[in-house]
Write a protein that binds this ligand. Structure first.
Ligand SMILES: C[S@@+](CC[C@H](N)C(=O)[O-])C[C@H]1O[C@@H](n2cnc3c(N)ncnc32)[C@H](O)[C@@H]1O
Length: 328
């Protein structure tokens, strides 16, 4: 693909995905129409050109958001190197516990099928905040009315389709994660960066992130620095003694090169086939094509995540867990 078109296309696509953040939708759309800014972004390495990272880095250096596009533009074009430094030294490790509202029905199905507690192993865990599905309440708004599980604070999610909403929180006997750069929940700077990654206008997400960090600090997750492509089998082996192993990931596989996505797909399918673990995937619809292909066709202009259980698509999900359409 022609690289210039790639930047324009990815910022246009992001404007659609970020429709619930008017500032980022507006800035991102404006970038796609602004050759000078596109040129500035093109000078970055490919993986660093992503909208989430560039927009967050500008905010980190004081650009007001919400605020006018001109503030963002002037900051990039007048950068003394500090914004570029941030872009190069940090990454988009957005850790969104809201996604648990869409993951929990899948976890519950697997737990019910096995009759054992879960050993949860998250690849691409960031700070590990999604490793505590049993620590939250859930409020699923269905076509028949609200369904609540557990105690407040509730993670809210609009649900359509025949979703198997659980009536009990999953029992988790063991939890662990792998990340290229695990974030320490007690590290103030790392947590400030996580907060900075939450889009402007999304105060509810910011408050939830603070609460998730506060909770995780009482019993920090066991996170391993490593690459999911090489370090997963050893951790699966460790987890096996504790319960039904569920390897899961959300918004992670997109960071792998296309060939590595396929390597991961083959590796995890082999592990599921050998009965050593189950697999819950929650990724953009284009990321794991083998999973997306097992479900009903998704309109090309509809940005969505796809939730998969053992390689079968079961639902379309909102990228931050705000809604879920069960399709299985
Ligand atoms: C956008 S964050 C998602 C975090 C978390 N899964 C969630 O849903 O909130 C993606 C994470 O994947 C990690 N990651 C990317 N490639 C990886 C790899 N090859 N091995 C392990 N972790 C990886 C990144 O470091 C980052 O923390």
């Amino acid at each position: 693909m022609e690289p210039y078109a790639e930047v324009v296309e990815s910022y246009r696509r992001f404007a659609d995905e970020a429709s619930d953040s008017p500032t980022f939708a507006d800035w991102s759309r404006a970038v796609a129409e602004d050759p000078e800014v596109v040129e500035w972004i093109r000078a970055l390495p490919a993986l660093k050109q992503q909208p989430n990272l560039v927009l967050a880095a500008a905010r980190w250096h004081g650009v007001a958001a919400p605020g006018p596009y001109a503030g963002f533009r002037d900051a990039l074009l007048g950068d003394d190197g500090s914004i570029v430094d941030t872009i190069m030294s940090r990454s988009t490790q957005t850790n969104e516990v809201g996604r648990l509202a869409t993951l929990v029905p899948a976890f519950a199905q697997l737990a019910a099928g096995s009759g054992r507690p879960l050993a949860l192993l998250e690849v691409g865990a960031s700070a590990g905040l999604c490793l505590y599905p049993d620590a939250w309440g859930y409020e699923w708004t269905t076509e028949a009315g609200p369904v609540r599980l557990g105690e407040a604070p509730y993670l809210p999610c609009r649900v359509s389709g025949d979703a198997p909403l659980p009536t009990a929180l999953p029992e988790v006997a063991w939890r662990g994660g792998i990340d290229l750069n695990p974030l320490d929940v007690t590290d103030e700077d790392a947590m400030a960066w996580l907060e900075n990654l939450v889009w402007p206008e999304q105060d509810e997400r910011r408050a939830r992130l603070r609460e998730a960090v506060r909770r995780a600090r009482t019993s920090p997750p066991e996170l391993h620095r490593g690459d999911l492509l090489t370090d997963l089998p050893a951790l699966v082996e460790e987890a096996t003694a504790h319960g039904t192993v569920v390897v899961f990931h959300s918004a992670v596989i997109a960071y792998l090169e296309p060939a590595d996505r396929l390597r991961f797909d083959t590796m995890i399918r082999d592990m599921v086939g050998d009965g050593v673990c189950h697999w819950v995937s929650n990724e953009g619809k284009q990321v794991l094509e083998s999973v997306t292909a097992t479900g009903p066709a998704i309109p090309p202009d509809h940005p969505t995540f796809v939730l998969g259980v053992d390689g079968q698509m079961v639902a379309r999900t909102h990228g931050h867990g705000r809604s879920m359409r069960w399709t299985a």
